[in-house]
Design a protein around this ligand. Sequence first.
Ligand code: WT7
Length: 634
Amino acid sequence: MGAYEIKSLEQYFKVYKKSVREPRKFWSKIAEDFVWYKKWDKVLEHRLEDAEVKWFVNGKLNITKNCIDRHLAKRGDKTAIIFEPNDPKEEAQHISYNELYVRVCKMANVLRDQGVKKGDRVCIYLPMIPELAVAVLACARIGAIHSVVFAGFSSTALSTRVRDCGSKVLITSDGGFRGNKTIDLKSIVDEALEDCPEMESVLVVKRTGAGIDMKKGRDIWLQPLLEEASGESIAEVMDAEDPLFILYTSGSTGRPKGMLHTTAGYMIYTAYTFKNVFQYEEKDVFWCTADIGWVTGHSYILYGPLANGATTVMFEGVPSYPDFGRFWEVVDKHKVTQFYTAPTAIRALAKESTDWVTRYDLSSLKVLGSVGEPINEEAWHWYNDHVGNKKCPVVDTWWQTETGGLMISPVAFATPTKPTYATLPLPGVQPVLMDEKRNEIENNQVVGSLCIKFPWPGMARTIWGDHRRYKETYFSAFPGKYFSGDGALRDEVGYYRITGRVDDVVIVSGHNLGTAPIEDAINEHPAVAESAIVGFPHEVKGNALCGYIMLKETGETRNRENLTREINQHISEHIGPIAKLDKIQFVNGLPKTRSGKIMRRILRKIASGDTSNLGDTSTLLNPEVVSEIIDSAV
Ligand code: WT7
């Protein structure tokens, strides 16, 4: 692979221009590097105003041929997946491309034996163990649509998702290890399936060895079936636009949205962005710390790296187990070259002593990545200084479940980075900022709603079973454009900084205040570990700001009145007196989703004194902090 590789800023601009002027030529040249049963008749058909997009029309392929089979001749013995278990004492597994081929074929045959056919939905509810990767790829091999549900989700969340996509087969395990906890996955499944009468078979991987109930006629141990299955399986011929997977993402309202991604465009987009943004080279070891239950794991643990024949690390554990040095121990152990994680993890580790970092040899690292939320300045510098030793470009990658792959991001070693900025659009991505009157803002040094005005191959095609909702959510606010739901600032050179969800903007006395920069300012206070700002109704100002603030251990002993004064002074200095907080509540924790995002919706309700209906809290990691915050509300 190598079309339109980017090695310098100059080249980036050249390639970018080409991708905008001649998007069809651009993407078809890149698509030539993949294995097809039959090439496409037409590169692109689209009507964005109707949310209709097709890439590589009538092309035929199988993504696993591209992610596995084609590497066997040259890289059969190369490690495809390094599995690093939760317990550092358990040995890591190195799964070669040859072995991955056999394991995926076996799983594919087991699924076929269970009656799974092309187009059927298979729900996967597994911890971060190799069988998860194998199951995902096996579905792709036989043309079944995988729907991975993060194994930290509750039984309610699981059953909603199983029912929404109508899946009749589920793959799970007896349990999972996470830090010093064992998660009892199978009993969560049993509870979830009480509401899913359509479920026909549950394939169970043995991981923890916990005693579990096996329901007769429904539950089957997977390993014995795999042992007996053949290690060869013919890959299904898929149309470029045949569905590859469904992945649920929570909306600001209503039930979760099953984002549907299709085959060819998604494959090409994740492969191209992976290679260029992270400057992947043949001998590299890439580690994305996300869970495969999120899009980050789909695109940058599995499909993007494997399409490039890369070695990708799959980590079962957590950054704090057995201690805060775990990430760095793993980087050292496997000589990781690109490390990709989330700001929430960086902030958590930055709270601890840098001794955890310096005790390991991180000299293998070349590129650092960040994803999931705006990275604040303090965390950016900690990451850059202590992990990257100021030698590794930090790529702050902006994208979404809906976009399939990276959208706005530096290209490592080509795009000069700037803390808190995702910088420039990747080739093929045409961002625009829109004002309140729905006009495109042409100049720089502006803020607006971030839209994309031209299709890119990785974009989701619909919401499973609800195309109208897809169109309304993403293509109606700014007709003819994809609306991301995020606000962004464009600086004097055209760099983008994502300021957060547009609904996280609070208008105080007529001033438009993004909560993210205020939080940044607060977090710079030496006593503060983390904070969340929300608006609440105010008689005079329209809205006022309330801050939920978590202190560092060193801050715990401080006088709260003094702290409140200092924090407001800090905000005044960094943002302006207008952004001062009317209410401050010191808390022991912030309500977070499992992907590490603060659930501001809940804090907004608490701040406005309306705790009667907090809505769906089933995706919260730490529901207990909610009642704590309510009980001690100011
Ligand atoms: C939302 C998408 C993309 C995979 C993980 C999250 C926020 C994501 C950044 C970034 C600022 C970011 C946005 C976006 N976000 N990356 N680098 N800087 N904000 O996927 O759960 O679909 O969430 O995450 O608000 O809309 P997701």
